[in-house]
Design a protein around this ligand. Structure first.
Ligand code: FPP
Ligand code: MG
Length: 300
């Protein structure tokens, strides 16, 4: 049976938002300025794609319902949101629109935006530790979840390293392999982590973890290629963030290096790779396969 993806995403977003609400300090908790800044970006109506990938990967790995993976889903969204807050800072991409609203530093000031990002990153790991201590996620699975997440969010193979490559590449003529490396680190690694860490909560056989990792790698690259295509072809209103930024900032993208048609073809190719990686999961992989279609067809 085909998955109703909009329904699935709405359900998963509702679950993870309720969970985040129970974990993130209220705006009345001291220091209020910090918590208001964290909440400004966290509860801004993102697609919650990474949490959905965590939960559906856990389900595909045998955890049904995947509720025990909610702390991992929340941790992924906290780390993703921290990266967006820092990416929008004046010293990075200097953007004033994100998720359809003014960016964190525009509303809460630069110092509080930096600290909100720091606090979301650290809270993600605190939350995972506490969830394991309370028996919500299996304690035996925690070391690998934390290590995978830290590696994919950090350096040298993860998102922070990718952000550095992205900054260093600005205004330069990069070749296809350099753009590929930026995309795989900056965006792909955290998407792969979502799939692997979600799966790990189910403590499945190693073959399933490997399949989820291959799926996440291909999906992550497809996601960022589509992001490049949308940046070149869409509008600020449709995206909820500034369109046309890549050219304005002299960034090398799949579109600038390969052209629009070749970028579309490569996104399709990566989508096929992602679907192919699910073969060993059979029917249980169907929701993840449907999420590939969503990523390829998304308009924001
Ligand atoms: C959009 O996600 C996000 C990306 C395309 C990832 C871009 C990568 C960075 C900003 C890395 C930054 C790293 C550091 C360390 C500053 P989305 O379309 O799922 O957004 P949504 O959650 O708002 O829907
Ligand atoms: Mg950026």
């Amino acid at each position: 049976m085909r998955t109703d993806v909009p329904h699935l995403l709405a359900e998963r977003a509702r679950e993870v938002e309720a969970h985040l609400e129970s974990v993130v300090p209220s705006a009345e908790t001291t220091p209020t300025a910090l918590h208001a800044a964290m909440r400004h970006s966290l509860f801004a109506g993102g697609k919650r794609l990474r949490p959905a990938l965590v939960l559906e990967s856990a389900r595909a790995a045998g955890l049904d319902p995947p509720t025990p993976a909610l702390p991992v889903a929340a941790a992924l969204e906290m780390i993703h949101t921290y990266s967006l807050i820092h990416d929008d800072l004046p010293c990075m991409d200097d953007d004033d629109l994100r998720r359809g609203r003014p960016t964190c530093h525009v509303v809460h000031g630069e110092a509080m935006a930096i600290l909100a990002g720091d606090a979301l990153l650290t809270l993600a790991f605190t939350h995972l530790g506490e969830a394991a201590q309370r028996g919500l996620i299996p304690a035996a699975a925690l070391p690998r979840i934390v290590t995978t997440l830290g590696r994919c969010a950090g350096t040298p193979g993860g998102m922070v390293a990718g952000q550095v490559l992205d900054i260093e590449g600005e205004g330069k003529e990069l070749d296809a392999s350099a753009v590929d490396a930026i995309h795989r680190h900056k965006t792909g690694a955290l998407i792969e982590a979502s799939c692997v860490c979600g799966g790990l909560v189910a403590e499945p056989p190693e073959g399933i973890v490997k399949a989820l990792s291959q799926y996440g790698r291909a999906l992550g690259l497809a996601f960022q290629i589509v992001d490049d295509i949308l940046d070149a072809t869409s509008t600020c209103v449709a995206l909820g963030k500034t369109a046309g930024k890549d050219i304005a900032q002299g960034k090398a993208t799949y579109v600038s290096v390969h052209g629009l048609e070749a970028a579309r073809a490569e996104a399709k190719h990566q989508a096929e790779q992602a679907r192919g990686a699910l073969a060993s999961l059979g029917e249980r992989g169907e929701p993840l396969a449907s999420l590939v279609d969503f990523v390829i067809q998304r308009q924001r």
